[in-house]
Design a protein around this ligand. Structure first.
Ligand SMILES: Nc1ncnc2c1ncn2[C@@H]1O[C@H](COP(=O)(O)OP(=O)(O)OP(=O)(O)O)[C@@H](O)[C@H]1O
Ligand SMILES: [Mg+2]
Length: 392
C-alpha cells in the first residue's frame, strides 16, 4: 500500500518530527507548520488524513483541532503524542481526533491506524445533527436473552443486527452486554480498539459523538459497542452506566440490538425493562425450556410486562424435537419465530462470517429474517430489492 495515496498532511512545528515522518513516508508528504496553515490546505479539498505532531498534544491545542474537525468532519485526524494518557485521549477524542498514536512512529502503526479509519471516511461525512433516527423519537432497543447459556443468543443478535442494518436508511448498533465473556467481535471477526470500558470511564462527558468514536465498524457498516476485553474489566461497567450508554446510542441509532449473558441479574432485568422488544431464545431441549419457564415466571412475579417478549425457538428442527404446542403451553406464550439447526451456523461462528452474509438464501438465513421481521415490523415490506432485508 502506498501511504502517499491517502492524501496525508503532516502538521507540526518541530523539524525532528517532520523529518522523521517524511522518512517514514519516503519524503512524499506535504507539510504544514501550524493548524492555521493546515486549515487552508484542507480547503483545497484533496486531503483525507492529517497527522498532527506532538506539538499539538496539549490542552491548549484542542480548541483549534476541534475547529479543524468542524471545518471538515470527514477528515481523519491522527494525533501523535510522547505519551498517551487517558486525559489526553479523552480531550483529543472530544476535539474530533480519530486516534492518538504514541511516538516514535513506525510504519506498521500508521498502516494499522489508516486501515482502521479509512473505511470510516464516507460515513463521517454526516454530522451528528443529521444522524437522528428516522421517523422515530429515539431508537428501538432490542434485548436478546436466554435463560440458558449456549442457546444461540450471540448468533441471533449478530445475524439479526446485520439484517436490520440492511434496511434502507436505518442505522444499527450492536451492544455486547455479555460483560465477562462477550464474543460478538469474535463472531463478526472485528478487532475493537475501544470498548464500553472506555465509555464507562467517560460517563460524565458521554455524548453521541464521543460514544460513536468508541464503536467498532463491521465491513457492512454495522457498528458495535464491544464488551470489555477481559472478564476482570466487567466490574467497571455498572448497570446505570450501561443504561446511560444505551440512552446516548438511542439518540442516533434506529436500532440498538443488545446481546446479553445467560443469567437473571440486575443488569439483565434492567436491559429487559428498557427494551422495546425482548427476543427470548429457547433452545430445543428440556433444560432450556425449563429455564425459560422459570425466567418468564420470575419476570411475571416481578410484575414485569411480558407483552414485549417474543419467543424465538432455536435449532427448531433438532432431533429431540419437542412439540410446539407443548412448549407454548408450558411457557404460556406463542412461538413468534424459529431458526433451524444447521452445520452452517457453527462453521460461520468459527470463520467469523455470519450466515446471513455467507448464505443469505439458505434456510437458516430465512429463519433469522423471520426473527428480524418481528422487530422491524413497522417498516413497509419490499422497501428494498431482494425483499425486506436485501443488501444495501
Ligand atoms: N441454529 C443453530 N444451528 C446450529 N448450531 C447453532 C445454532 N445456533 C447456535 N448454534 C451453535 O451454538 C453455539 C452457541 O451459540 P451462541 O454463542 O450464539 O450462544 P449464546 O447463547 O450466545 O451462548 P453464551 O450463553 O455462552 O453467550 C454456537 O457456537 C453455534 O455454533
Ligand atoms: Mg453469547
Amino acid at each position: 500500500m502506498s501511504l502517499a495515496e491517502h492524501n496525508l498532511l503532516v502538521v507540526d512545528q518541530d523539524d525532528d518530527f517532520v523529518s522523521a515522518a517524511k522518512e517514514l513516508f519516503e519524503g512524499r508528504l506535504p507539510v504544514a507548520r501550524s493548524i492555521e496553515e493546515a486549515s487552508s490546505t484542507v480547503e483545497s479539498g484533496e486531503l483525507r488524513m492529517l497527522l498532527l505532531g506532538p506539538s499539538f498534544s496539549n490542552d491548549e491545542s484542542m480548541e483549534s483541532i476541534r475547529t479543524l474537525h468542524n471545518q471538515d468532519p470527514s477528515l481523519i485526524l491522527m494525533l501523535v503524542a510522547e505519551s498517551v494518557t487517558a486525559d489526553l485521549l479523552r480531550s483529543a477524542m472530544r476535539a474530533g481526533v480519530s486516534d492518538v498514536l504514541e511516538a516514535p512512529l513506525n510504519e506498521p502503526m500508521i498502516e494499522a491506524a489508516i486501515e482502521q479509519f479509512s473505511h470510516d471516511v464516507l460515513k463521517r461525512k454526516s454530522t451528528v445533527k443529521d444522524m437522528a433516527p428516522t421517523e422515530r423519537e429515539s431508537g428501538q432497543i432490542i434485548t436478546v436473552t436466554s435463560a440458558k447459556g449456549g442457546s444461540g443468543k450471540t448468533v441471533m443478535a449478530t445475524n439479526v443486527a446485520l439484517l436490520l442494518n440492511r434496511l434502507p436508511d436505518k442505522k444499527v448498533v450492536l451492544v455486547d452486554a455479555d460483560l465477562q465473556f462477550g464474543d460478538v467481535c469474535l463472531l463478526l471477526q472485528i478487532e475493537p480498539r475501544f470498548t464500553m470500558v472506555n465509555a464507562a470511564h467517560e460517563l460524565h462527558h458521554l455524548d453521541p459523538e464521543m460514544l460513536d468514536s468508541l464503536l467498532t465498524e463491521h465491513p457492512t457498516g454495522l457498528r458495535v459497542l464491544a464488551a470489555p476485553l477481559e472478564p476482570a474489566f466487567a466490574d467497571d461497567i455498572t448497570t446505570a452506566g450501561l443504561m446511560q450508554m444505551l440512552d446516548v446510542l438511542q439518540e442516533t441509532y434506529d436500532f440498538v440490538v443488545v446481546d446479553t449473558a445467560s443469567m437473571l441479574d440486575e443488569l439483565i432485568l434492567s436491559l429487559i425493562e428498557k427494551a422495546d422488544d425482548v427476543l427470548m431464545i429457547v433452545d430445543m431441549d428440556l433444560p432450556s425450556l425449563k429455564n425459560a419457564k422459570l425466567a418468564l415466571e420470575t419476570l411475571r412475579l416481578l410484575k414485569f410486562s411480558t407483552s414485549n417478549v417474543k419467543l424465538v425457538m432455536n435449532r427448531s428442527n433438532a432431533k429431540n424435537k419437542l412439540n410446539n404446542k407443548e412448549i407454548e403451553a408450558a411457557l404460556k406464550m406463542e412461538i413468534a419465530a424459529a431458526v433451524p439447526s444447521d452445520a452452517s451456523v457453527p462453521n460461520s461462528v468459527n470463520e467469523g462470517r455470519p450466515v446471513v452474509e455467507t448464505d443469505p438464501k439458505g434456510k437458516v438465513a430465512k429463519g433469522f429474517e423471520s426473527v428480524a421481521s418481528l422487530v422491524a415490523g413497522k417498516i413497509p415490506e419490499g422497501t428494498s430489492k431482494g425483499g425486506l432485508f436485501g443488501r444495501k
